[in-house]
Design a binder for this molecule. Structure first.
Ligand code: GLP
Length: 241
């Protein structure tokens, strides 16, 4: 595992954006595994700037997002489809048909998970999977569990995740209770995994995930077994490593 310690959030974002940009330049038709959350926002902004400057071309890039809330329309401002459009896709020349996020409004979420697995099988393996990390070690929406989930599956969100994400909604009651998430096996099949972390509040879980036992109770801990992981964090998030 390679670890990059940066001064602060902005420097972390620059490093994450550079790594993703390098991937797009080296393989213009690459498959990017993308993440949401507050952590990658700065990196996406820089990628959009790279496109505007003429340094990056997303015309052949394919993307697969990690997860989506069940019950939120793509136009809902807290849906992950909306997040991706407003933070990245609307600002670069990616072909909308080449972007993939589970459909939060699918009538049958279990069936939607199966469809998404098929999409991943057709496009994959993912060249580089970007990940943030929840405070309980979740990646995507793979919450602590008794076993590692394999493929895209329907999950009940942990109470701590609902509370953590309530800041984006009018109240915790409005946070969806379920989500569809890419499974751990799929994440582990990505050729490269890029983990981005920022802030003191992530320091304890970063330590647990990367130096503690590998256990489904800390989903990110499985990344210790991946042959090509890059961890980029600001010094606050990596302070306990
Ligand atoms: C959400 C997402 C994750 C993300 C996590 C951390 O629950 N499903 O993909 O990594 O939150 O978010 P943040 O980057 O805002 O700390």
């Amino acid at each position: 595992m390679r670890i990059y310690v940066t001064e602060d959030y902005n420097a972390m974002s620059r490093r994450v954006a550079s790594i993703l940009a390098a991937q797009v330049i080296l393989k213009p038709d690459c498959v990017l595994g993308l993440a949401t959350g507050s952590t990658p926002v700065g990196a996406y902004k820089l990628l959009a700037e790279g496109y505007k400057k003429g340094d990056l071309d997303f015309s052949q890039v394919r993307s697969i997002n990690l997860d989506e809330y069940v019950g939120l329309a793509p136009t809902h401002d807290q849906s992950y489809r909306y997040f991706m459009q407003s933070n990245l896709f609307d600002h670069v020349n990616i072909n909308p048909d080449n972007t993939n996020v589970p459909n939060g409004l699918a009538a049958d979420p279990a069936e939607e998970c199966r469809r998404y697995n098929q999409v991943i099988r057709t496009l994959g393996p993912i060249d580089i999977q970007l990940l943030g990390m929840g405070h309980n070690g979740h990646i995507g929406f793979n919450e602590p569990a008794d076993a590692f989930a394999l493929e895209t599956n329907l999950v009940n969100l942990a109470e701590s995740t609902i509370q953590a994400n309530a800041r984006f909604f009018a109240s915790a009651d409005e946070v969806p209770r379920q989500a569809m998430t890419m499974g751990i096996q799929t994440i582990m099949q990505a050729r490269k995994v890029l983990v981005a972390v920022s802030g003191k509040d992530k320091a304890a879980i970063v330590k647990k995930a990367f130096t503690g036992p590998v256990t489904p109770q800390v989903p990110a801990s499985i990344l210790q077994m991946h042959p090509d992981v890059i961890l980029v964090g600001d010094k606050a998030a990596l302070s306990e490593l």
